[in-house]
Design a protein around this ligand. Structure first.
Ligand SMILES: Cc1cc2nc3c(=O)[nH]c(=O)nc-3n(C[C@H](O)[C@H](O)[C@H](O)COP(=O)(O)OP(=O)(O)OC[C@H]3O[C@@H](n4cnc5c(N)ncnc54)[C@H](O)[C@@H]3O)c2cc1C
Length: 461
């Protein structure tokens, strides 16, 4: 039986990074993936393709096409964007393979299962099963798309991956879910002339974001003619062969018609590889594996990283999580990932980026806090293009003004976030940020102004 210090199950964003980092720390490492294409969800199903389509959507809007209908041009640019996305995914897959090989990680292809906390098996048929012995097993099997509550995936009730297979844009869709994915898809699909309705069980858009962020996005979507229905649930569905008719449970008893209902609800952790192993899943809010802050499960030799774990399944933290676990496995000291510093970014017509406490969080935690808010219309970017919507808001602790949360809406949101994250990571105060030099006329000048606003007046507002 082949023996390794570390056997990682899953070569997605978290698993392949962990395998490389473990090997770089001198541990003999194997990674197993059931897919021929390594890289996981982000590379192969959705996230990367969505990024490419977002760019194509922005380019289409800039060329000001008639967005009231789907025409030959929109069909063509849809298929070109999907082709481009396929090319980007292919290059990323090659890069994953290359870096695993370069770092001497042994790659196995097949379906893996944890037999006990020393052995992993690979294969499906009894005679095809290959066992590997491991000093440590890391479960990195990710998550799976799910249909919205009470629905079954079929040809018309589909997932993001199915949407990416459509040869041309549909004429009307209903998107379910409360995440940024719904907003990004609404922006993309509207650019291609698709009629879009966002159906959410929550009381507002992006319920985990600051309320003022939701309100600003709400106004933007209205202007973009995206229909939004909140506190809504589906009572019944009927397919007449051409379209779906979707009846809602809300008081309006509204009926929606659409070619597809796209389920963008949060994916569920994929626990198949550890079926039958008691990992004390106990108090999990997402049914994922509960680990300590260093990725250690209740089993001595079993660890877990990525979206198979309880909590936020975000590729943004997979690198940091992998680093923490790799250091632990190599017996090195490590700092756990700070949840309050996990960045969240939503692209589209009105980009959004944030981390840390919202105003509601600060109130419910009872911390002593103060805020500063600068509309982007009062910043250099606002002066240049006149109609800029959005704002930057900082939530800071009293009395020293450490940054507890930052909320940015509008052009440049994701570019400004890193400077704020760096400041928050190293406990810099807003007052220290306010004396940091920024290039004249750049959007970063707005940071200096909003930071100054925590202690006193802002220069431009
Ligand atoms: C549709 C979708 C869209 C998303 N969009 C975003 C986004 O916009 N921004 C963001 O930050 N995050 C997004 N996420 C989350 C992000 O993709 C995940 O956080 C990230 O991929 C987590 O990486 P992972 O390694 O945990 O899992 P994955 O990337 O899912 O990788 C898991 C790997 O394990 C393999 N595997 C599973 N079971 C077995 C088994 N039994 N044996 C062998 N191999 C197995 C799979 O083949 C896969 O390659 C999205 C997730 C989904 C599902």
């Amino acid at each position: 039986m082949a023996q390794f210090d570390v056997v990682v199950i899953g070569a997605g964003s978290s698993g392949h990074r962990l395998a490389i980092l473990a090997a770089q720390r001198g541990l003999s490492t194997a990674v197993i993936d059931q897919q021929v294409h390594l890289g996981g969800r982000a590379v192969n199903h959705g996230q990367i393709a969505r990024q490419v389509l977002l760019q194509a959507a922005t380019a289409r809007r800039a060329s000001k096409p008639d967005r009231s209908m789907i025409d030959q041009q929109s069909r063509q640019s849809w298929s070109q964007a999907l082709e481009q996305a396929g090319g980007v995914s292919g290059r990323l897959r090659e890069s994953v393979q290359l870096h695993l090989r370069k770092n001497k990680v042994t790659v196995y292809q097949g379906k893996a299962r944890v037999l006990d906390d020393l052995t992993v098996t690979i294969g499906c048929d009894a005679e095809d099963i290959e066992p590997l012995a491991a000093r440590a097993i890391v479960v990195a099997t990710g998550s799976l798309d799910q249909a919205s509550s009470g629905l079954t995936l079929d040809g018309r009730v589909i997932t993001e991956s199915d949407l990416l297979q459509l040869p041309e844009p549909p004429s009307a869709v209903v998107l379910t879910g409360d995440s940024g994915r719904s907003l990004e898809w609404a922006y993309i699909l509207r650019s291609f002339g698709v009629a879009v309705t966002i159906l959410s069980g929550a009381e507002r858009l992006l319920p985990m974001a600051d309320r003022e962020v939701s309100a600003q996005l709400q106004r933007w979507l209205r202007a973009d003619q995206t229909d939004r229905l909140f506190n809504a649930a589906i009572a019944s569905l009927a397919d007449d062969g051409r379209q779906l008719s979707i009846n809602l449970t809300d008081q309006s008893r509204r009926e929606l018609r659409a070619d597809y209902l796209v389920c963008l609800d949060d994916p569920v952790p994929n626990l198949e590889a550890v079926a039958g192993i008691d990992l004390a899943l106990g108090a999990s809010s997402t049914r994922g594996i509960v680990t300590d802050q260093f990725g250690h499960s209740s089993h001595d030799r079993i660890w877990a990283v990525g979206s198979v774990c309880d909590g936020i399944g975000q590729s943004a933290i997979s690198w940091s999580q992998a680093m923490v676990v790799a250091d632990q496995l190599a017996g090195r000291p490590s700092e756990p990932v700070k949840e309050r510093l996990i960045p969240k970014v939503v692209g589209g017509g009105l980009p959004v980026a944030w981390f840390g406490l919202t105003e509601d969080d600060a109130r419910s935690l009872g911390v002593d806090w103060v805020k500063s808010k600068l509309p982007l219309s009062a910043s250099p970017i606002g002066w240049i293009d006149g109609g800029t919507q959005g704002f930057i808001k900082l939530i800071c602790a009293q009395p020293h003004h450490e940054i507890l949360g930052a909320h940015l809406v509008g052009p440049g949101a994701e570019q400004l976030l890193p400077e704020l994250l760096l400041a928050a990571t190293w406990d810099l105060s807003a007052d220290e940020l306010a004396v940091t030099l920024q290039a004249r006329g750049s959007i970063a000048e707005a940071l200096r102004d909003v930071a100054a606003g925590v202690s006193g007046p802002m220069l431009h507002y």
